[in-house]
Design a protein around this ligand. Structure first.
Ligand code: MN
Ligand code: MN
Length: 308
């Protein structure tokens, strides 16, 4: 074997995380049906990840209709999968900090099948141009072309991203629209999430008022109440810099206490809250996502479907 210019251990752990993420994603699809509780689906996803030997890299995201991303059920959420809806499930798994990030869309309305297909084909087209040295803007070009050909718009302010150890967004963005001036190339030894979003709306998302996903951004702050300090310590020791949900801290206090404490940490800017992202014109949204690991001469799609 010739020496390779990247960390073999990182590849092995990315592949392991990807296998778990793909399996959980594919198994979860049959649990997404009208009338099912979003909370039950997400708790199942997160439990299954651990059962298979991984850890959630972020809270299970389940985003319905015009919600594009970043919805995870808050504690006690009674929301159900609506009849006739289109639902995105976004699953993140890490093994020793090496992340797999993958998403699928399920439609319960034949009228939305074309929208779903547009994002699925856009992801296929994107993966076909990814190779060592390929330009990020090539992805944006083929994603926009594919989605436009289906009569929809790509969501321009959501993008793919480089992945770092314990880092979901490691600094580089992979565009979903044509951006001739976008620099950056796919580099051996690095992992990337590629995730086209298609919509029949305005083509961009805005922040909703609610935020149910958090991440620690600073390790200390002056004047924290003792419960806030405890929440911060526990959150960092459990999740490091990865996103987490209030649901994952309910052993420390009641839902109200945990949500209130996290709110205090957000106001002091030691914890970041990710707002739910909704389509700006209320359009419906579809999304597909895979994670790739770029080797010296090839690309490994770590989250490819496993045969069930
Ligand atoms: Mn994702
Ligand atoms: Mn992603």
């Amino acid at each position: 074997m010739p020496a390779r210019g990247f960390d073999e251990d990182a590849l092995k752990k990315h592949v392991e995380a990807g296998k778990i993420a793909a399996r959980v994603r594919d198994e979860a699809v049959s649990r997404i049906r009208p009338g099912a509780r979003l909370l039950d689906i997400c708790e199942w996803v997160e439990r299954r990840i651990v059962e298979l030997g991984g850890r959630p890299a972020f809270p299970c995201n389940i985003s319905v209709n015009d919600v594009a991303a970043h919805y995870t059920p808050p504690p006690g959420d009674e929301s159900l999968v609506p009849e006739g809806s289109i639902v995105k499930l976004d699953v993140g798994v890490h093994v020793d900090g090496y992340i797999a990030d993958t998403a699928v869309t399920v439609s319960f309305n034949p009228d939305y099948d074309a929208l779903l297909e547009a994002a699925r084909e856009a992801l296929e087209a994107a993966l076909s141009v990814v190779r060592p040295g390929a330009k990020f803007r090539e992805v944006g070009r083929v994603v926009e072309e594919t989605i436009s050909r289906h009569g929809f718009k790509p969501i321009k302010n959501l993008s793919g991203h480089s992945l770092g150890r314990y880092l979901i967004h490691a600094g580089e963005s992979i565009p979903n629209t044509r951006e001739p001036l976008r620099f950056g190339t796919f580099k051996p030894g690095h992992a990337y999430a590629i995730e086209p979003f298609a919509t029949n709306g305005a083509g961009y998302v805005k922040d909703a008022r609610d935020a149910f996903i958090y991440a620690v951004v600073k390790m200390r702050a002056k004047g924290l109440r003792s419960f806030e300090a405890r929440l911060l310590r526990e959150a960092y020791s459990r999740f490091r810099t990865l996103p987490f949900a209030a649901r994952w801290l309910l052993d420390l206090g009641s839902a109200d206490a945990v949500i209130g404490g996290l709110g205090g940490l957000v106001r002091r800017r030691v914890v970041h809250a990710y707002p739910v992202l909704v389509e700006a014109a209320g359009g419906l949204v579809s999304q597909f996502e895979h994670t790739v690991f770029v080797t010296d001469d090839d690309v490994v799609v770590t989250t490819s479907s496993t045969k069930l």
